[in-house]
Ligand binder design. Structure first.
Ligand SMILES: Cc1cc2nc3c(=O)[nH]c(=O)nc-3n(C[C@H](O)[C@H](O)[C@H](O)COP(=O)(O)O)c2cc1C
Length: 479
């Protein structure tokens, strides 16, 4: 499904879309989204008739609050839940994915309206101010920034936030080291501006790929095409020669100037950690030279909230990636679940069928140093195979009954980020962004595992049989 509208329509058919009219772009969209996100199974929110805007200029938010919408976006079985979803994604990743380059089409819906030069007005769209202490309005949260590597010629897509400053001036915040930052610096090193385009609403599988790091030189366009089994349709930019998603809702085209040419103060912005970690600082300006949009455009919103319902399957993907990585080294892993509620990176639970003393600890240490989870992990919790890591009740049961605080290990000097709210000011000042992580063994002690009291939890097979026989009576959704 390579189109945001098709996703919204499907969510509506599934009874998972709510139209919200007459909300204010200034905080109200953000507050309603946070409120809804705090409730179980909250709907996709489609805001229309936004204060000060003509009907049809919409914002879509809370897109991925339910596991079913995550499955829909990623093309996974709609009935899969929890650890089954992670497994489905892991199995898909393990199949070899052929890279499928995008196909160029002469035009597309995104060119239904084109504004150039003085006609460009970023305030044309109801970009929300998401949180009370945000430094401004963000047109890019559920967005993709499109750039070409000047050396290899390949196209990078990255989700980086975009703040509106003026009719044609924005900033793009890219954490140092992310590929978009490496690419733009290559242009700047030659005294050139970096051509860039920002798509602010697009197919969700494509968008999901722009939020992950592929090897340098591999285009997310090609990877998403391979995953979908059909190439992404792109069209030539109007003022850049960048390939733009033909079915995008809104596209901004222009260039990011070198920092010595012009900067604006970016932020603060409420971030994925649930805090204002990176504060406000000067960032190079993105000069917008053309705006393309569909009729009745839908701005894709992913303003963070502490419930992290914006993180399209981020935890799902990260869990699947870690599971696959651990499987390659250590047998016995039965499931992996990153709790998005703890900040999508900060807490992972791994279930292991322990086969020898030290097995569970080995798994935890491998996870701490893994490609998938090493960055900004805070807690690694290991549970036994009878505990579903995606079920918080079961995890808390294991923590309460199998974790001995005496055995918590602390690992110091781990790979962190300036976004970490727990980074002490003096460490931040001297540029030390490392943090410590805790490893909790919430599993039966291996050396007396046979004597550990038998649990009253029925086996998975018994539960499946019971559910298969009795579910029709209760008419409940699969878990
Ligand atoms: C909703 C969302 C918002 C994000 N915002 C930013 C951001 O503002 N800046 C940033 O550097 N990374 C941000 N990220 C993380 C990057 O998208 C991610 O690191 C991605 O791998 C970057 O792509 P790259 O590897 O091609 O640079 C965000 C991710 C998501 C899912």
């Amino acid at each position: 499904m390579d189109d945001l509208r098709a996703f919204i329509d499907r969510a509506r058919e599934l009874g998972e879309c709510k139209l919200v009219e007459n909300a204010d772009w200034d905080l109200e969209i953000g507050n309603i989204t946070t409120w809804q996100a705090s409730l179980p199974d909250s709907p996709l929110l489609l805001f229309d008739r936004i204060k000060g805007y003509q009907p049809g200029y919409r914002v879509a938010a809370n897109l991925f609050a339910t596991q079913r919408r995550n499955a829909l976006a990623l093309g996974l079985p709609l009935e899969a839940r929890g650890i089954q979803l992670v497994k489905a994604w892991r199995d898909r990743m393990e199949r070899k994915i052929e890279l499928l380059p995008p196909v160029e089409v002469p035009s597309g819906p995104a060119k239904e309206n084109i504004r150039l030069g003085d006609e460009v007005d970023l305030f044309q769209f109801p970009a929300p101010r998401w949180h009370e202490f945000d430094g401004g309005r963000y047109i890019g949260t559920g967005c993709m920034v499109i750039m070409r590597d000047p050396d290899g010629g390949w196209i990078n897509l990255g989700t980086y936030r975009v703040q509106v400053h003026d009719r044609s001036v924005a900033t793009v915040y890219i954490s140092p080291g992310n590929q978009g930052d490496i690419i733009r610096r290559k242009y700047w090193a030659k005294g050139l501006s970096c051509p860039a385009a920002v798509s602010c609403g697009q197919g969700l599988l494509l968008w999901a790929m722009s939020g992950i790091s592929l090897p340098f030189g591999v285009s997310e366009y090609d990877y998403a095409g391979g995953l979908m089994g059909k190439p992404v349709e792109v069209m030539k930019g109007v003022v850049t020669d960048l390939p733009l998603p033909a079915a995008a809702e809104i596209i901004l085209e222009g260039e990011i100037v070198p920092p010595e040419v012009e900067t604006r103060v970016e932020g603060p912005f409420g971030e994925w950690t649930g805090y204002y970690g990176s504060g406000a600082r000067p960032e190079p300006v993105f000069r917008v030279k053309a705006v393309l949009h569909r009729n009745n455009p839908v701005l894709q919103g992913a303003g963070p909230n502490i419930y992290n319902t914006h993180s399209l399957a981020v935890s799902l993907r990260r869990s699947a990636a870690l599971w696959a990585e651990l499987d390659g080294q250590i047998p016995g892993i039965r499931g992996v679940w990153h709790y998005k509620e703890a900040g999508p990176r900060c807490m992972v639970v791994i279930s292991v069928e322990q086969k020898y003393g030290g097995h569970a600890k080995r798994v935890a240490l491998a996870a701490a140093g893994s490609s998938a989870a090493a960055y900004m992990w805070r807690w690694i919790i290991v549970v036994d195979e009878d505990v579903d890591p995606s079920n918080i009740s079961e995890v808390l049961w294991a923590l309460g009954t199998r974790a001995d605080p005496e055995d918590v290990d602390i690992v110091r000097g781990c790979w962190g980020t300036s976004l970490d709210p727990l980074l002490p000011p003096e460490k931040r000042q001297r540029g030390d962004l490392t943090h410590s992580g805790g490893i909790i063994m919430a599993c039966k002690p291996y050396h007396w595992i046979k004597d550990f009291p038998r649990s009253i939890k029925p086996s998975a097979e018994v539960m499946e049989r019971t559910e298969a026989k009795w579910a029709p009576l209760f008419e409940h959704e699969p878990r």
